[in-house]
Design a protein around this ligand. Structure first.
Ligand SMILES: Nc1nc2c(ncn2[C@@H]2O[C@H](COP(=O)(O)OP(=O)(O)OP(=O)(O)O)[C@@H](O)[C@H]2O)c(=O)[nH]1
Length: 411
């Protein structure tokens, strides 16, 4: 009986041990199927706006797509098992048409095409002058009307006085003129004020063994970026190699806008991806890229708006200094909105105090009857109007031609 109990105890112990082992095994194998605890995905690096942390040559890039529109970033590719491919189908690659690079209109003849725009907005000046002068006796009332008409077209007091004095002198010497003679006198007087003798050439060719450097300044909204884009087209039409520098880092979209202008005609843009980057560093990199690429012209777009006027002028002066460490600046163009009249003149004086202006681009001349600003700005700044903007079209920028201008006014 004892032996039987012993056998039963042994069997019970063995069974219990077996059950224990089985439970342990099942527990271990059960945890294997449980989902692993996934660590949370790393938080996306926050986009921080740092001031002036732009390092020359590290973040600047040249868009060398030469006219290719910015392709959207490719979506991340999921690895998939390769599918059997029909060989015939695979060999027929879809032809992606190459993005067309525009062919800008040559600068010559643009003024002729655009003259009608100038005439339509400014021939009231000519008409007003001619109707006043041909109304009969040239008495004080007539001269006063002529003066008012000239002042109303923004010619300024000095030019107005000189024109009226000149006309009076001619009348004294030659007597009362007929309508044709009167118009020719007026043409001559106006032309003298527009100064056809001024050198209006743009620094658009290599200077010795380096590119010409053009800096473009002006208040925001005057059409600065648009002008840089349009001028790039003028240069491309003359077979020049151009590099653009997007040194307006204050407004994020300005670099994109400039890059788009450049890409349309296959011109690369040096820019920073960082809003608020150091504009001087971008300008420096653009000049360097132009030198290394042996291009003809480097054109730098600058900011027209900062928190305050002093800050903006200091920044422009710094951009100028930094560029000059690398290359002389051959041209500094001030962009002025012709519709802003006297206000624009005050802006011009502030800019002239910070950088050496070599020429003026007068934009939106198509939208104002105050073409006399050409005369005023040249007198006040002592530099020529070199280019005029006569519309929003890509090729609506023309070299300023004094004779065509006066012709259009008196049309
Ligand atoms: N009618 C007309 N519009 C022009 C002319 N030039 C520029 N514009 C327009 O003026 C507006 C302002 O041009 P932008 O080039 O953006 O001005 P900006 O000075 O660079 O301005 P910011 O980039 O803000 O500093 C745009 O709508 C242009 O199309 C012109 O000659 N005639």
């Amino acid at each position: 009986m004892d032996a039987l109990w012993e056998i039963l105890v042994i069997i019970t112990v063995v069974v219990l041990a077996g059950l224990g082992l089985l439970v342990g095994y099942l527990r271990r194998s059960g945890t294997k199927g449980a989902p692993p605890v996934t660590p949370p995905p790393p938080a996306r690096e926050a986009k921080t706006r740092e001031a002036n942390t732009y390092t020359p040559s590290s973040t600047a890039r040249i868009d060398t797509s030469r006219g290719a529109p910015q392709a959207p970033a490719p979506a991340p590719v999921q690895p998939v098992a390769p599918e059997p491919v029909d060989v015939a189908e695979a060999s027929v690659e879809e032809e992606v048409p190459a993005p067309a690079i525009e062919r800008p209109e040559s600068a010559r003849g643009r003024m002729t095409r655009l003259r009608s725009r100038l005439a339509s907005s400014n021939n009231n000046l000519g008409k007003g002058l001619l109707s006043a002068l041909s109304s009969g006796k040239l008495d004080d009332a007539v001269w006063e009307e002529v003066e008012d008409t000239l002042l109303g077209a923004d010619l300024g007091v000095d030019a107005t006085t000189e024109i009226v004095d000149g006309l009076k002198r001619r009348v004294q010497v030659e007597g009362a003129p007929d309508a044709e003679t009167l118009e020719s006198w007026l043409h001559a007087e106006l032309l003298a004020q527009v100064r056809p003798d001024m050198d209006r050439r743009i620094a658009g060719s290599r200077v010795g063994d380096r590119p010409a450097v053009i800096m473009v300044v002006g208040v925001n909204g005057t059409g600065k970026t648009t002008t840089v884009g349009k001028l790039a087209r003028v240069l491309v039409a003359e077979d020049k190699d151009v590099v653009l520098g997007a040194a307006d880092t204050f407004r994020a979209a300005a670099a994109d806008q400039l890059e788009t202008w450049g890409a349309r005609v296959g011109v690369p843009t040096v820019r920073s991806e960082k809003e608020g980057a150091d504009p001087a560093a971008v300008a420096f990199d653009a000049v360097k890229a132009g030198q290394e690429g042996e291009v003809d012209v480097v054109m730098i777009d600058t900011a027209g708006r900062l928190h305050n006027k002093v800050g903006l002028m200091d920044e422009l002066a710094k951009v100028k200094r930094v560029i000059e460490r690398q290359s002389p600046i051959d041209e500094c163009l001030l962009v002025l909105d012709a519709t802003t009249g006297q206000n624009g003149m005050r802006q011009a004086e502030v800019f002239a105090g910070a950088v050496d202006i070599t020429g003026v681009v007068l934009t939106k001349l198509d939208g104002t009857a105050k073409g006399g600003i050409v005369v005023l700005v040249q007198r006040e700044l002592g530099v020529p109007v070199k280019l005029v903007g006569l519309g929003e079209g890509a090729d609506d920028l023309a070299p300023f031609d004094p004779v065509a201008f006066v012709d259009a006014v008196l049309d």
